[in-house]
Design a protein around this ligand. Structure first.
Ligand code: XMP
Length: 516
């Protein structure tokens, strides 16, 4: 394993992903973890991430010198670089040399381990106030910029390396290459990690954990729960039962996709609960977004618990059903501070989230994986492309894409409009370019239009295509006008009561991706 020591900010996750892209397994640990504990994990290499502090700020995270003396190769980036410099006797000061954003880097020693085979001048992404003015003893300075004399250094003998910039961001042109040089050449690691290893390892682990007992899995139609279920199914076969709650807020064809395609690909035992009426009754008369979310979440848990209880009751020995499968991903684990001690950034409440008095033990086979890796695992398990490449869709479904009260008629109308938008985006080959494209019905708004020879008084549909890496921030997608035109024409022609299509051109922040 390669450990990525997290000094705050959001860099550590990106670094861990880049290491895995280099086919080396990585894990994130908090900078507060004692060095002895880090070393006990037997890391092949350690990477120190960037962070928001100045090394001289009061309470800034520090690092025990022992880390650099254990014979484990270390690569410091940005804050990690400065910490390495000061800990080992170099000089970092605030000489007014601030650099933010794209910066030209001059590589002064082309024979270096990190920069071998990369150009003497390269574009890198900087973000720092303090700067290193003298490298520690025994280190060679390998790069500089106009304002920073020491922008990279290395001590090849001790296997210690550092760069002032962020090689993990895509704006650092040779960043991935430099990282790979550290891993392969500096640390001597062979790139062998693949998702095939994960599948085999997880299947063995699940079998060991579950034994002869039974497990239940809630399927939402999303990628994560589908891949988790397929993996568990492969491990324990008919000991698994999946429950899919159809709350009537799904998009067109979604329930059928789970009922047919997913079952066909996995052979899973599936129980579909038709709860449309129950959800719509509970939502009647409600327009407030938060209230809608609460109602949907509450009803979902009730229906799911009831299905669980039925499955337990039907099982010969009820206590047999002891496990609940969850599609928890690595970012969820890191962000909720699970096991790593990092700050709680965002607790995402999923519909289907666990009631507090849960009596099941959890099976979470995707806990180590990033989203793109989950997709690869899904592919390996033979899941259909439509499931594996599915864009994110919120648990409360179309219920939070109707601004106003949720009714069956409005849902049907939105389902049509959404299906048209998805069809045209797919036809234009744009699915991979956008993160997701919520289609929103402004049910409480009406505007005047003219269709045929008559006046209409209909509702607008909003298109909200966004690009994003992690949904925490997003930008609106610059879709081709022809595609927008086609979607607009088809929706206004084919969907009754819609006489206007508008495009949302707001980034996140300030606007969230969903409208509610
Ligand atoms: P926002 O609207 O907060 O959405 O910018 C960020 C991402 O999360 C999805 N989303 C949800 N997913 N349950 C979910 O499983 C929810 O309650 C929920 N609310 C928003 C949204 O589609 C986007 O991908």
């Amino acid at each position: 394993v390669v450990l990525v020591v997290d000094f705050g900010a959001q860099y550590a996750q990106l670094i861990a992903r880049r290491v895995r892209e280099a086919r080396v397994y990585s894990e994130i640990v908090p900078s507060t973890m004692p060095v002895a504990e880090m070393l006990a994990k037997n890391p092949r290499a350690i990477i120190l991430s960037g962070g928001p502090s100045s090394v001289y700020a009061e309470g800034a995270p520090t690092l025990d010198r022992a880390l650099f003396e254990a014979g484990v190769p270390v690569f410091g980036m940005c804050y990690g670089f400065q910490l390495m410099a000061t800990t080992l006797g170099g000089t970092v000061d605030d000489n007014g040399a601030r650099e933010y954003g794209r910066t030209a880097l001059s590589v002064s020693k082309s024979g270096s381990t990190l920069f071998e085979g990369t150009p003497g001048e390269q574009s890198v992404w900087m973000s720092h106030g303090d700067a290193c003015s003298a490298a520690p003893e025994g280190f060679t300075v390998t790069a500089s910029t106009d304002v920073v004399p020491v922008a990279a250094f290395e001590n090849d003998e001790k296997k210690l390396y550092g760069v002032q910039y962020h090689p993990e961001v895509m704006h650092s042109t040779y960043g991935q290459q430099v990282l790979e040089h550290f891993l392969y050449r500096g640390a001597g690691i062979e790139p062998k990690w693949t998702t095939t290893n994960v599948v085999e390892e997880q299947i063995a682990l699940i079998r060991e954990q579950v034994g002869t007992k039974r497990a239940i899995c809630g399927l939402s139609g999303g990628v994560d729960s589908a891949v988790a279920a397929a993996l568990v199914q492969k491990a324990i076969g008919s000991q698994l039962t999946c429950v899919y709650v159809d709350h009537g807020l799904m998009r067109k064809g979604e329930t059928e996709q789970v009922e047919k395609d997913f079952v066909a690909a996995t052979g899973v035992k599936l129980r579909v609960v038709d709860a449309e009426k129950r959800f719509l009754d509970a939502l009647a008369g409600v327009s407030d977004p938060e209230q809608k979310r609460k109602i949907i979440g509450r009803e979902f848990i009730r229906v799911f618990e009831q299905a669980q209880a039925e499955i337990v009751a039907e099982a010969a020995g009820g206590e047999d059903v002891a496990f609940l499968v969850q599609g928890t991903l690595y970012p969820d684990v890191v962000e909720s501070g699970g096991g790593t001690g990092t700050a709680n950034i965002k607790s995402h409440h999923n519909v289907g989230g666990l009631p507090e008095d849960i009596e099941f033990k959890l099976v979470e086979p995707l806990r180590q994986l990033f989203k793109d890796e989950v997709r690869m695992v899904g592919q390996e398990l033979g899941l259909p492309e439509e499931i594996v490449q599915r864009q994110p869709f919120p648990g409360p479904g179309l219920g939070i894409r109707i601004v106003g009260e949720v009714t069956k008629e409005r849902l049907d109308l939105l389902r049509e409009a959404d299906a048209i938008a998805r069809e045209e985006l797919t036809a234009a080959g744009l699915d991979r370019d956008i993160w997701q494209c919520p289609v929103v019905l402004l049910a409480d708004v009406r505007s005047v239009g003219v269709q045929g020879d008559g006046r209409t008084y209909g509702h607008p549909i909003v298109l909200r295509p966004v690009s994003s890496e992690d949904a925490m921030t997003a930008d609106w997608s610059r879709l081709p006008y022809e595609t927008l035109a086609k979607i607009s024409t088809r929706i206004t022609n084919e969907v009754a009561d819609v006489n206007r299509v508008v495009l949302d051109v707001t980034s996140k922040p300030p606007g969230t991706i969903e409208w509610e």
